[in-house]
Design a protein around this ligand. Sequence first.
Ligand SMILES: Nc1ncnc2c1ncn2[C@@H]1O[C@H](COP(=O)(O)OP(=O)(O)OP(=O)(O)O)[C@@H](O)[C@H]1O
Length: 277
Amino acid sequence: MTAIQVRGLRRSYRENAAVDGVDLDIRHGEVFALLGPNGAGKTTTVEILEGHRRRDAGEVAVLGEDPATAGRAWRSRIGIVLQSANDTAELTVRESVRHFAGYYPDPAPVDDVIEQVGLAGKADARVKSLSGGQRRRLDVALGVVGRPELVFLDEPTTGFDPEARRQFWELIQNLAKSGTTILLTTHYLDEAEALAHRVAVIAGGRIVAEGTPATLGGRSTAKATVSWLGRNGPETRTTDTPTALIRELARDGELPELTVTRPSLEDAYLSLIGESL
Ligand SMILES: Nc1ncnc2c1ncn2[C@@H]1O[C@H](COP(=O)(O)OP(=O)(O)OP(=O)(O)O)[C@@H](O)[C@H]1O
């Protein structure tokens, strides 16, 4: 079943096409990442899907409805994780989550949500006293307290330290395991690789590639690079058949510092972006 279906989406600002014919199919329960350079059209696309921006052309169905005309019942089925709204700064964490829970017909128990995002120890702390990473956790709590079927996450870990990012990924993975569909935008390729079932690369308002993180841009079939420390120093060869090459090389004994690598998601992404310019 499709959670999000988009056909021929277009949006221009004056004469400039920000979104220039985008098609998307995102299944229920899928974690889908939208990648792309600054100004590629990610936020415009996502805000149209959220019902927060109008479109010039195209068909859009989000949970079976057109976001441009959908009502409150539809809105209560989606969760939007905003970039730290400041309006609850004086409230405690528990008060903020309780306040947002009041907007939904069937919210999750407030303390369960606080626990789920790892803020149980901060439930009585004022929002203004939280660190940046803790604030983002609270943002997620506010986005999911209504038990949404679909969650939009816009650059969720910008500014996180590495440990906070890993913890946050775990939180998103748990959300995904519970069957929530997630549309994520990010500039971090490792984040897309860790979280997304599928990714799409958008550049100049168009989707230039789509697939699983492992296959994007022909990664899985690209030549492998085999490196090892030879008698006269480091050696490197690229090959379509690394297993056969290693078998041959290993006849003379152990190959010190042997590695076999294929292009990283970042390599694939940069070459796709380069081609589309
Ligand atoms: N309100 C607006 N008025 C005029 N132009 C806009 C407006 N919003 C976006 N644009 C333009 O549309 C294009 C796409 O912007 P968008 O914010 O969708 O990109 P993005 O992929 O989200 O970028 P980033 O990664 O920097 O957040 C850009 O060229 C931007 O300047």
